[in-house]
Design a protein around this ligand. Structure first.
Ligand code: SAM
Length: 298
């Protein structure tokens, strides 16, 4: 087994490759600022698979490093090339795109490995958030690691972390279980297993099944605090907090749509503030969601 230890900063200094860079930060159609980057940014490393996190709604949530890697990559492997094409256009990035999604992972994974062996820089992105988190990525990363090829994460938006940190539920121990199985037998078995775990449980759930999930929780663990984190970073962001029965009552008053992270807190004495559903809505300050056909940034 080989252990990779590598510091981009050390490598850049030792090979003396430094370059200045000015990054233009575009907010929607308006160019707001130019940031002159320090002169000692490391170059991208040939033969590396970069896992680039992209926004989960608000386009401001892309990092400077993500933009630099996307600009510097030889090719971008995307879950949906059309979707990523819109994102790239918004940031005025033009790069060859190849598709990498659930059903071509094996074949495309081999192609990505070949490119890495040839010394190419490959950036992997998904439609939103962090690659490999309930999204394609883990398989090609495992293959690259087995083949002793370099893999580097470019961290950024991730719905589970945004939801967990804003939920008010304990963050010191949490279990992320992605999506529950769809088939009802498997689903209730899995849920029963999960609610036995200590700490906060974090799930992704389709908007069509959230109400069902909350109803199941009202039976399975009626006293545990629940948070529905909806449309994070977007115009209609909302955090609904309460016991399952309270959340159902609120849902019956007004059904919700959009993307959801479901968080189930532990049975804790200090969760009394979760007695009533509270919604924090933001309607005006998140203007930068991706639109299907965004005009390019100037
Ligand atoms: N890789 C992504 C990440 O890093 O969060 C997750 C991709 S997974 C296919 C999509 C699920 O993530 C959605 O069904 C929803 O549960 C959650 N999600 C993504 N964006 C979200 C948002 N803006 N607000 C709430 N949940 C979101």
């Amino acid at each position: 087994m080989s252990v990779q230890t590598w510091s981009p900063w050390r490598e850049a200094t030792s090979v003396g490759q430094v370059s200045g860079l000015t990054v233009r930060i575009a907010y929607g159609p308006h160019l707001v600022s130019s940031v002159a980057m320090a002169n000692d940014l490391p170059p991208l490393t040939p033969g590396t698979l970069y896992l680039v996190a992209t926004p989960i709604g608000n386009l401001e949530d892309i990092t400077l490093r993500a933009l630099r890697v996307l600009r510097g990559a030889d090719v971008i492997a995307a879950e949906d090339t059309r979707h990523t094409g819109n994102l790239l256009r918004h940031f005025s990035i033009q790069k060859p795109l190849i598709s990498y999604f659930k059903f071509n992972e094996a074949r495309r994974g081999e192609e990505i490995l070949d490119r890495l062996r040839q010394g190419q820089i490959v950036a992997l992105v998904t439609d939103a958030g962090t690659p490999g988190i309930s999204d394609p990525g883990q398989r090609v990363v495992a293959s690259a690691v087995r083949a002793e090829l370099r893999v580097e994460a470019i961290p950024g938006a991730c719905a589970l972390i945004a939801a967990l940190t804003a939920s008010g539920l304990p963050t010191d121990e949490f279990h992320f279980a992605g999506f529950l199985p769809v088939k009802s037998g498997q689903r209730s078995r899995r849920l029963a297993e999960l609610v036995r775990l200590p700490g906060t449980i974090v799930l992704y759930e389709s908007p069509y099944r959230v109400e069902k999930l909350v109803t199941e929780l009202a039976v399975l663990s009626p006293d545990r605090p629940l948070v529905l984190a909806r449309e994070l970073t977007k115009k209609f962001e909302e955090l609904l907090r309460g016991r399952p029965a309270d959340v159902i009552a609120e849902w019956k008053r007004k059904a919700r749509k959009g993307e959801f992270v479901v968080l189930i807190g532990p049975n804790a004495d200090d969760s009394s503030n979760f007695g009533n559903p509270q919604a924090g809505t933001h309607t005006a300050d998140n203007p930068l969601e991706p639109k299907p056909d965004l005009p390019p940034a100037p």
